[in-house]
Design a protein around this ligand. Structure first.
Ligand code: HEC
Ligand code: HEC
Ligand code: HEC
Length: 483
């Protein structure tokens, strides 16, 4: 902008000192910015990457490994990734680590995609540099994980992953997003946070279905809900605040709480992240177009304005329980509820939010058409300590039979979850209790074919062996005389 000549403008000397002052200020500003950037040393940045990527949710806080990823084919055990020379990754170079994260190839073997390299494929070089420095600076754990990977033939042939990678390890480019905050959110959700590994439906060969990205999937008996912006199935009714709260604490708005695998993930990963990053993730998730899959009649989570105000009736619960139990018209399901649940969740389902016992009124676990997670919680409870002060919920698998658990589930879903009806049976409870996922049909066929192939190959080898020894015998002089 051309500046108009000003009467009595600054003389040369003044101008010079002014620009010197401005320059000095700018230098200080730049130095300050650099200092905050450097405040996080490379190792600290690496730890942050490990948190955002949830490495410790599978490899454990001390990196000793041992967490078992249950698949319908069998159990895959997370490796020791401490810098132990004998049992961990102490001999890894930086590029060895990059190869594991981008391609699923360790120096001595190919890895199964239970190690989520399909998502880490998009990790930046800078993040891998930092992560490598941090990993190598940790305490080595000089022992192997207590369990070993156990897969049946032919899935125990790791070379098979070459074919799987060729088919399914696609480039994972981020969508073209201009906004740097949303772009960061997409990077955290799609790559580091590998949210899609649990929340995206998979095809029969266990590859993520890109057309159903984040539309929800049941893994190992738990539903990872739809995270697209669908108002009924997904998180369309959640505010950004709700999402940030949930990722920080495992619960949001007194209507939804993580109790299963997500509780673990919050504990080891998302609760450690900066507010800016959680907000970026929430912002990005809200931009995902709705994808419908499965049945859901009423919104699992109500928008903030439609939520009931939680009542605080702390201290009156014992009294209310006694009064309710004395009622002559008490139905069987009510009786079950009051004796087993009301001490924590209140007679009227109001909970005790101040003591971290969530209200059951409008609770997402009761409103969802898919009852997997509710039954999991009723059977196995919720371990304490998801948040430092969070109490436990006991499991009822030992105390109540499948019929009673189904009755309780139906009663709470219709009474507090505002569902019109609920017809869960003992068989549904048994199915969740067994939680054995069936191997998809094509994989079963592949297994049969592999066995047939193996038996065929052995038969051919035996035949060749028989033929060769026969020829040898014939060629021996002694045998020739016989002819
Ligand atoms: C969902 C669980 C899961 C997460 C999250 C995860 N891993 Fe793994 N990781 C595994 C499993 C399971 C294996 C073993 C795979 C196999 O045996 O084929 C593995 C193997 C590895 C190996 C190979 C070690 C070896 O040589 O045997 C490295 C290195 C590794 N992970 C590093 C990481 C890092 C770094 C992160 C975080 C960025 C991470 N993992 C996150 C499950 C996970
Ligand atoms: C290990 C599998 C796994 C990973 C990884 C995972 N989730 Fe989840 N998530 C679940 C499961 C299972 C639930 C159901 C709640 C529970 O565990 O109690 C869930 C629930 C949620 C919910 C609540 C949805 C609702 O309707 O109740 C949100 C939001 C969520 N996850 C976001 C994320 C984000 C964002 C990421 C990535 C940073 C992520 N999740 C990674 C398994 C996972
Ligand atoms: C000792 C206290 C206690 C008892 C008894 C108890 N709960 Fe809970 N319940 C909890 C706590 C604590 C949580 C919250 C866990 C969390 O934050 O993830 C919870 C969570 C829940 C949830 C939400 C689960 C989810 O996935 O979001 C439901 C539904 C529930 N309880 C129902 C019941 C029913 C039905 C009974 C009786 C059979 C019962 N609870 C008995 C303490 C209890």
């Amino acid at each position: 902008m051309p500046s108009a000549p000003r009467p009595g403008g600054l003389d040369i000397w003044h101008r010079a000192t002014l620009s010197a002052q401005i320059a000095a200020l700018m230098l200080v500003g730049a130095a300050f910015a650099e200092a905050t950037e450097n405040d996080r040393s490379q190792s600290e940045r690496g730890e942050y990457v490990a948190r955002a990527a949830g490495c410790m949710s599978c490899h454990r806080e001390d990196l000793s490994g041992g967490y078992e990823v249950e698949t319908p084919m069998g159990t895959i055990v997370a490796s020791n990734i401490s810098p132990s020379l004998a049992y961990g990754i102490g001999t890894y170079s930086r590029n060895d680590l990059a190869r594991v994260l981008h391609h699923g190839i360790a120096p001595d073997r190919r890895l199964y995609p239970a190690m989520p390299y399909t998502s880490y494929r998009g990790m930046t070089d800078a993040d891998i540099d930092d992560l490598y420095v941090w990993l190598q600076a940790q305490e080595p754990v000089d022992e192997p994980p207590e369990n070993v990977t156990d897969l049946p033939f032919p899935f125990n042939i790791r070379a098979g992953m070459m074919v799987w990678n060729w088919l399914y390890l696609t480039e994972r480019d981020l969508p073209p997003i201009e906004d740097p905050v949303l772009y960061r959110g997409a990077y955290l959700v799609n790559h580091l946070g590998h949210c899609g590994e649990c929340h995206t439906p998979r095809n029969d060969f266990f590859a993520m279905r890109d057309d159903q990205y984040l539309a929800g999937e049941v893994l190992d008996g738990w539903l990872s809900p739809n995270l697209t912006s669908d108002l009924v199935m997904g998180i369309g009714a959640w505010s950004e605040r709700d999402i940030v709260d949930y990722l920080r604490t495992g619960h949001a708005g007194n209507v939804v709480q993580a109790a299963g695998p997500m509780a673990e993930f919050v504990r080891h990963s998302t609760r450690h992240l900066d507010d800016d990053d959680l907000a970026a993730m929430a912002g990005y998730l809200k931009t995902l177009p709705p994808v419908w899959e499965g049945v859901q009649d009423i919104p699992a989570v109500l928008p903030e304005l439609a939520r009931a105000e939680p009542e605080h009736r702390y201290g009156q619960i014992r009294e209310e329980m006694a009064r309710a139990l004395a009622r002559p018209d008490l139905s069987e399901p009510e009786g079950l509820y009051i004796t087993h649940c009301a001490a924590c969740h209140g007679v009227t389902g109001q909970g005790q939010p101040q003591a971290y016992y969530p209200p059951l009124i409008q609770n997402a676990a009761l409103r969802r058409a898919d009852a997997n997670n509710l039954l999991q919680v009723l059977l196995h409870g919720v371990p304490a300590g998801k948040l430092d002060r969070a109490p436990a919920m006991p499991g009822f698998a030992g105390e109540l039979d499948a019929d009673q658990i189904a009755t309780l589930a139906n009663y709470t879903r219709t009474t507090f979850g505002e569902r019109e009806d609920s017809a869960l049976t003992a068989a549904d409870v048994q199915r969740v209790l067994a939680s054995e996922e069936e191997m998809p049909a094509p994989l079963r066929t592949l297994q049969v074919l592999a066995w047939v192939g193996l038996i065929g190959a052995l038969a051919i080898l035996a035949l060749i062996g028989w033929w060769v020894t026969r020829r040898r015998r014939r060629a021996q002089p002694g045998n020739r005389q016989e002819v």
